[in-house]
Design a binder for this molecule. Structure first.
Ligand SMILES: [Zn+2]
Length: 453
């Protein structure tokens, strides 16, 4: 009774007809009769494969749920008793919800990332959303998992290696025509921005402009972040453009914002390392603090970026390995701060008044903490740093600013003004505009270097 294979979503309750995660529908036959009747799960190996779980997990789980025993004979997978496909499918969905889906994003991307914790709890880390969560450790199937844990990590390493080769194979290389369009777009984008018109209007201008090019999200955001900024980072004219980034990303649907942010980062990366080498690199951490402060880069995003999972996930068409390495190096201060938080001593030194101002931000931090998966060692670390980090952030930012002031005396006025951007005297505006224009010209003279894409 092997009918043409019918596929169901993982779990079958997901109704999306184009869902990317599917499994074969359970196929069974019955054997024997009377008390000796058994259900033979004909396509168990295919189902287990699709779910990326060890072969016997689904049948063991279902048997436990149905209060039955299993038996394997000559490659036949048997459950004692006669069971209906519908019942088995329902129980299989239960198994999927408990041990195949990420408890946070409900996507089946925890395979190879399931492990037994110190207190015998079953934990997983999601390859899609990065959350670490606890799986049902009380169910009687949990004991089976403890005795026969699924393979951990190894298969993922192999997969990763495969992906890298694919990437290096250049299947995603841009053709010449596309490169020319990108160059042209990056070059002309700054011309349509009118700072005096405000963020909302400028977003409309940019959208209209980019719309002419029919770029995908990678290229769109690359051009956007490479194009809209002046050559020198961490100047006032640079920082003034940051609200544009924020709004532009937020215009994307929720599930594309992370990807958009990643592509903004790629554009910035290129800006920092290919346009004005040297000088810009000193301010990388400062810019990142600023982006963090403006809720553009989140702690979660940055850790995933540093760990490489963002890159794996979106597999950008831009080959940025070199620039990425450099950015990570240049951003060491920022990464250290995200990962470790302030030293105890430093925290104690923090002035009381500073703490008061920090208080306002506390809510935001708590919200973020709630979103994180609980009871994980890593997460505990995260919580500590989450509570402490504000002090350091301010301090670091100030330190960076001091550095900037020293190094760039010309810019010091601009940097101070950055604190209150809304108070912009008219004449200053004019001056900036001129300066901006000068920079633009300079930029056009320099060929935009996008050869490494
Ligand atoms: Zn997830």
């Amino acid at each position: 009774m092997t009918s043409t294979e019918q596929r169901l979503n993982i779990p079958s309750t997901v109704k999306d007809p184009h869902y990317r995660y599917t499994m074969p529908k359970i196929q069974i036959t019955t054997q024997g009769s009377g008390n000796g009747i058994k259900t033979n799960w004909v396509n168990l190996p295919d189902v287990s494969n699709a779910l990326k779980v060890p072969l016997e997990y689904p049948i063991k789980f279902i048997a436990r749920e149905l209060g039955s025993n299993t038996e394997t004979k000559n490659n036949s997978y048997l459950i004692n008793g006669s069971h209906k496909v519908e019942t088995m499918q329902e129980v299989l969905d239960k198994f999927i919800r408990k041990y195949v889906l990420c408890p946070k994003c409900h996507i089946p991307e925890i395979h190879g990332k399931i492990r037994i914790g110190k207190k015998n709890e079953i934990k997983c880390t999601c390859r899609s959303c990065g959350a670490t969560s606890k799986l049902d450790s009380e169910h009687n199937f949990a004991a089976y998992i403890r005795s026969y844990p699924p393979p951990y990590e190894k298969d993922i390493e192999i997969e990763k290696a495969g992906k890298k080769i694919e990437k290096k194979g250049g299947e995603k290389k841009l053709d010449k025509k596309m490169k020319t369009s990108i160059k042209e777009c990056c070059l002309n984008l700054p011309k349509i921005i009118k700072d005096e018109d405000g963020v909302e209007k400028n977003i409309e201008y940019i959208k209209e402009f980019l719309g002419k090019y029919n770029f995908n999200i990678d290229i769109k955001f690359y051009c956007f972040s490479f194009g809209i900024f002046p050559n020198e980072i961490y100047t006032k004219s640079f920082l003034d453009r940051i609200p544009l980034i924020k709004h532009f990303i937020e215009k994307e649907s929720d599930n594309r914002q992370e990807e958009a942010l990643y592509n903004v980062l790629i554009g910035l990366q290129d800006l920092i390392f290919s346009r004005q080498k040297g000088e810009n690199q000193k301010y990388v951490s400062s810019v990142l603090y600023y982006l963090y402060d403006n809720d553009i880069i989140t702690e979660d995003f940055w850790l995933k970026y540093i760990g490489g999972s963002i890159q794996e996930k979106y597999n950008s068409i831009f080959n940025m390995e070199e620039a990425e390495k450099k950015l990570k190096e240049a951003a060491k201060d920022f990464t250290d701060w995200i990962e470790n938080g302030p030293y105890e001593g430093e925290e104690n030194e923090t002035k009381k008044e500073e703490k008061e101002t920090e208080g306002k931000k506390e809510e935001k931090v708590d919200e973020k903490e709630e979103n994180k998966a609980e009871d994980d060692e890593d997460d505990e670390k995260g919580k500590k740093k989450g509570k402490k980090k504000k002090g350091k952030k301010k301090k670091e930012k100030e330190k960076e600013k001091e550095k900037a002031d020293k190094d760039k005396k010309k810019d010091s006025e601009e940097l101070k003004k950055e604190e209150k951007p809304e108070e912009k005297p008219e004449e200053k505006k004019e001056e900036e505009k001129k300066e901006e224009e000068k920079k633009q010209e300079k930029k056009e003279e320099e060929e935009i270097d996008i050869d490494n894409i």
